[in-house]
Write a protein that binds this ligand. Structure first.
Ligand code: HEC
Length: 158
C-alpha cells in the first residue's frame, strides 16, 4: 500500500517538474502578450529613430521593402518585404510582429530550420525599442489598414 502511495507521489512530482520546465521554456521565448502603441507620440518618436537606424537598410526609407520581395533569391532567401500597406506586415497580430523582430522568423514560427536574412534583435534592441519601432510602422498605415489590423488583434469572440 505504502509503495503505491510512493509511486503516485513520484509521478505527481514528475508531472509537476515537466509542467514547470514547459512553462519556463515557453516564457523564455514568449513574453506576456504585446500590444503596440501607435497613438503615443513619445513612443512613435523613439520608434522612428530605431527604424531609421536599424531597419531601412533592408525594409527601405519609405517602408517599401526590396524589389521582387516575393521571390526567393539565388541563395534561397526571401528579400525584405515592405512594411507599408502593400506588404503583409499588417496581416499579423502585434504579438507575432514582436516575436519575429525579437527572436527572428524561424523562432517566431516555431521552425528552427527556417533560414532568413531577417536578423533577431534580441540582443541589440530592448523590448521597449521593439514595441516602439513596430508601433511607428503601424502608425504609418492608412486608417482602413489599421482598422483591419486592430480586428486581427481583437480577442476572439466566445
Ligand atoms: C538585413 C536585412 C534586414 C534588416 C536590417 C531588417 N529586416 Fe526585417 N526582414 C528581412 C527579411 C529578409 C524579411 C523576410 C523574412 C523571411 O520571411 O524570410 C523580414 C521580415 C520582417 C518582418 C515580418 C514581415 C511579414 O510580413 O511577415 C518583420 C515584422 C520585420 N522584418 C521587422 C523588422 C524590423 C522592425 C527591423 C528593424 C528593427 C528589421 N526588420 C530589420 C530583412 C531585414
Amino acid at each position: 500500500m505504502q509503495r503505491r502511495y510512493a509511486v503516485v507521489a513520484l509521478s505527481v512530482a514528475l508531472m509537476l517538474a515537466i509542467g514547470v520546465s514547459v512553462v519556463v521554456k515557453t516564457s523564455a521565448l514568449r513574453p506576456a502578450t504585446v500590444r503596440l502603441l501607435p497613438n503615443d507620440a513619445k513612443v512613435l518618436a523613439r520608434g522612428e529613430t530605431v527604424y531609421r537606424n536599424r531597419c531601412t537598410a533592408c525594409h527601405g526609407q519609405q517602408l517599401e521593402g526590396q524589389p521582387e520581395w516575393r521571390t526567393r533569391g539565388a541563395d534561397g532567401l526571401l528579400p525584405a518585404p515592405p512594411h507599408d500597406e502593400t506588404g503583409h506586415t499588417w496581416h499579423h497580430a502585434d504579438d507575432l510582429l514582436f516575436r519575429i523582430t525579437k527572436y527572428g522568423v524561424g523562432a517566431a514560427i516555431n521552425d528552427v530550420t527556417y533560414k532568413s536574412s531577417m536578423p533577431a534583435f534580441e540582443s541589440t534592441l530592448s523590448d521597449d525599442e521593439i514595441v516602439a519601432v513596430l508601433s511607428w510602422i503601424k502608425s504609418t498605415w492608412p486608417a482602413s489598414v489599421r482598422a483591419h489590423n486592430d480586428e486581427i488583434n481583437a480577442p476572439t469572440k466566445p
